[in-house]
Ligand binder design. Structure first.
Ligand SMILES: [Zn+2]
Length: 490
């Protein structure tokens, strides 16, 4: 739509019409009349300027709306038609050896974004320079704990939706308690990607992933495609089993393979994120990736496989001077351990039914504002219904009615003890950059050497579904995400 036509009065051809009526030489205008004409001309010019200004504004607004609409349209529906996009990143590359796409989803637990700058890691570097990396890292879901995040990656759902709201929690309806290792499907909601794939007639294989050894729906965790978790299995055995899947005939080869390493999370908890021991742990993971990549190269499938290397969360150092003690709350409230599912970094309080929740909350906030609780400014406590919406952590009965966020690097403990220690932790606000893990993807549909902005890990489910060309289950991710990350086909 173009700008509206300017409505300026056109000059009538009055001169010719009036010429015969006027004397050959018009009498001079009196002084006042001259002033009046000049004034009239100024007024006319002002009206013209005003009208032109209004028209220009309308035109600018219409143009701005058009540009905005064009950008939005390009992002959502017509992204690939942008010649700049395809000229810069190209198109997806055809498979050379495999008959159909295979996604290899690898988690290195607690691999904080930035660890890969600490020491040379040639195999991760190979993925970086030839693949697509999220910078600065991927955004985990809150709480930034292992089980909620791995299961969000698998389902595309926030914890309030998939039900694994923490590593340890209680269900108020049954009073049963969840802990890692429980594989009863009643705890695990949503549809994980390995189940979605099986529903489409394809094969999934999982070499460890939180939730993968839960048989539910169309998914049964049985050998040879699913391994029940055993932390003592050497990394080499895990890698070699994954490689063996590529030796199977086409109709037996999985379309998705997960692979999980406990490091560097295990070391990070013991020494913190900045200790030199971390270097050894990440070098070990990189060596295992090297073993894996060598095996894929030997089978001539490295470039065919969509390799997604990621992690569940980051890690931050904690130390004995950064502690908040519940014993300081005693004059206002005493919270027995039966009230608290967890203390730190998530204070999860569920008072018994005969205790008023708002009164407990009130007492906690009075204690925190009293000036008598050491480091009280580093604990933020909320009623569940007032919890920040950006964290998506309220719409589940499993989430307790009172939640406290401990500040990054701090801990909440019951009482003072002579033990002095520095270590590492995670579980804090997912806005903290220390909680952000790596995301690097390599394969036929990923651009080489491309960096993309950070995104929440609930997008990974749709990304895998798009690579495999299947329709996933409803989830909290966005359908447009895959179109902005994956290369278009020619
Ligand atoms: Zn973890």
């Amino acid at each position: 739509m173009g700008p509206p036509a300017l409505n300026i009065s056109s000059s009538e051809p009055v001169e010719d019409a009036q010429q015969n009526l006027l004397p050959s030489k018009p009498p001079p205008l009196p002084e006042d009349s001259l002033l009046e004409v000049q004034s009239q001309r100024r007024a006319n010019w002002a009206r013209f300027s005003f009208a032109f200004g209004v028209a220009a504004c309308i035109f600018a607004c219409v143009a701005a709306v058009f540009v905005l609409f064009s950008c939005r349209h390009r992002n959502q529906a017509d992204f690939y038609s942008d010649p700049e996009y395809t000229q810069r990143w190209g198109f997806s590359r055809p498979l050379k050896t495999l008959s159909r796409p295979v996604v290899l989803l690898i988690s290195s637990d607690g691999f904080r974004y930035g660890y890969h700058w600490k020491v040379p890691l040639p195999n991760i570097h190979r993925l970086q320079v030839n693949g697509t990396e999220a910078v600065p890292g991927m955004i985990p879901v809150y709480p930034t704990l292992t089980f909620p995040n791995h299961y969000s990656i698998a389902t595309g759902l926030y914890p309030a939706w998939h039900g694994i709201i923490a590593n340890y929690f209680s269900d108020p309806s049954s009073n049963e308690r969840f802990h890692p290792g429980i594989i009863d499907p009643k705890w695990w909601l949503g549809e994980p990607i390995w189940e979605s794939i099986v529903k489409h007639g394809l094969i999934s294989a999982t070499y460890f992933w939180p939730g993968s050894d839960v048989s539910k729906g169309a998914w049964n965790c049985n050998l040879p495609y699913c391994q029940h978790y055993n932390h003592s299995v050497p990394y080499e055995d895990r890698v070699d089993t994954v490689l063996a899947y590529f030796d199977l005939p086409d109709d037996k080869r999985p379309s998705l393979i997960t692979l999980y390493f406990e490091e560097p999370d295990h070391t990070g908890h013991m020494v913190g994120a900045d200790d030199p021991h971390i270097d050894k742990a990440i070098v070990r993971v990189d060596q295992m990736l090297g073993r894996l990549f060598d095996g894929l190269d030997a089978r001539n499938v490295f470039d065919d496989v969509s390799i997604i290397l990621l992690s569940d969360h980051g890690m931050v150092g904690t130390c004995d001077k950064k502690i908040i003690y519940l014993e300081d709350f005693a004059p206002w409230i005493s919270m027995p351990s039966s009230w608290t599912d967890t203390l730190s970094p998530v204070l999860a309080v569920r008072p018994p039914p005969n205790v008023d929740v708002k009164e407990v909350y009130q007492n906690i906030t009075e204690a925190l504002s009293s000036g008598k609780v050491a480091n009280s400014e580093f604990l933020q406590v909320y009623l569940k219904e007032d919890f920040p919406s950006r964290l998506h952590y309220s719409s589940s009965d499993r989430i307790p009615p009172i939640i406290g966020i401990v500040a990054e690097g701090y801990k909440l403990e019951r009482k003072r003890s002579p033990a002095k220690e520095c270590a590492g932790a995670h579980g804090y606000d997912n806005e903290a950059s220390s909680m952000h893990p790596i995301f690097i993807a390599h394969g036929p549909q990923f651009a080489k050497g491309r960096q993309i902005a950070s995104f929440v890990n609930v997008e990974v489910y749709n990304l895998i579904a798009s690579i495999l060309g299947i329709q996933g289950a409803a989830n909290n991710g966005t359908l447009s995400f895959s179109r902005t990350v994956l290369l278009p086909s020619i």
